[in-house]
Write a protein of this length. Structure first.
Length: 291
């Protein structure tokens, strides 16, 4: 069966490669065509547009950077949604916000297409190694119809509920990641400002229960200053914005998330946006001018 895949960036490229390794024939599209070349060399067909791709598939994955990219790719001049066959299944793995996911589900239904929101927990390495967790909003039947493909790309599928609930849980998850990373960075810089040796500071904090386990995996980046991107800082700031939209629409107050969002935005303005989001430590360290 030929599967469509749109969006071959840091996450999507690895995900599509795992589908290909599992024996699926792919037709792919990416705005920057060069990113599709490893898949094309492995036998994938490169479509000239999302619309062209849609004519060829009944199952389509999208992994795009933000709601605007999803909207344009689905409903723009060369959008795919008008051209997918009736009862096709569209699985959007992008991180958006819950009301947007429900809006796209309604748009899909108007075109006779089934929609699943299935954002992922994990970053570049997990995508490459098929170790992602899919956080799924879907009917039971729609999930079963794409479960084999999801299992090729991830190690866990968590069914959060109906359409929109996958995205709801993902914005909560990334809110926690972003705030925890910024909190650790601020505390670590405070410790250094107080004159604590960084190695001793890190040794103590990482051995304590107060530091989130995922931060341990960022230690080498913070010590070396090499923030090779696993998940870009600019996208973490975007995800905090998605959480803020969800908070506004649900009537939830997010004071910590709002402050963290602005800290990440300041880091973007200081040219940290393309780095791994753990570079928020380096941003605070440099801005505070720690010796």
């Amino acid at each position: 069966m030929q599967i469509g895949f749109i969006g071959l960036g840091i996450m999507g490229g690895g995900m599509a490669a795992n589908l290909q390794k599992s024996g699926y024939d792919l037709i792919v599209y990416n705005r920057t065509a060069e990113k599709a070349q490893p898949l094309v060399q492995g036998g994938a067909v490169l479509a000239a547009s999302p619309a062209e791709l849609a004519h060829e598939v009944n199952l389509l994955f999208t992994m795009l950077s933000d709601p605007d990219a999803v909207l344009q790719t689905a409903l723009g001049e060369e959008g795919f949604l008008r051209y997918l066959p009736d009862d096709a299944l569209w699985i959007d793995c992008s991180t958006t916000n819950p009301s947007f996911a429900r809006h796209m589900a309604a748009q899909a239904a108007a075109h006779g297409v089934r929609f699943i929101d299935a954002p992922v927990a994990g970053s570049k390495n997990q995508a490459a190694n098929a170790e992602l967790t899919f956080i799924v909003g879907a009917s039971e039947q729609d999930l079963e119809d794409c479960r084999p493909e999801l299992e090729c790309m991830g190690q866990r599928i968590f069914h959060a509920g109906e359409v929109g609930m996958g995205t709801s849980l993902k914005v909560v998850f990334n809110h926690q990641l972003a705030v925890a990373m910024a909190s650790f960075a601020e505390g670590a810089v405070l410790g250094q400002e107080l004159g604590i040796d960084r190695e001793k500071l890190f040794d103590f904090l990482f051995a304590s229960p107060v530091v989130a386990p995922f931060v341990q995996n960022k230690r080498s980046k913070m010590e070396s200053g090499d923030y090779d991107t696993e998940f870009p800082l600019k996208l973490m700031q975007k995800d905090l914005h998605m959480a803020s939209i969800a908070g506004y629409e649900s009537g939830s107050a997010l004071p910590l998330g709002s402050v963290a969002k602005e800290i990440y935005k300041l880091a973007i303005r200081s040219s940290y946006g393309e780095m791994d989001f753990s570079a928020i430590y380096q941003f605070l360290y440099e801005e505070w001018d720690v010796d």
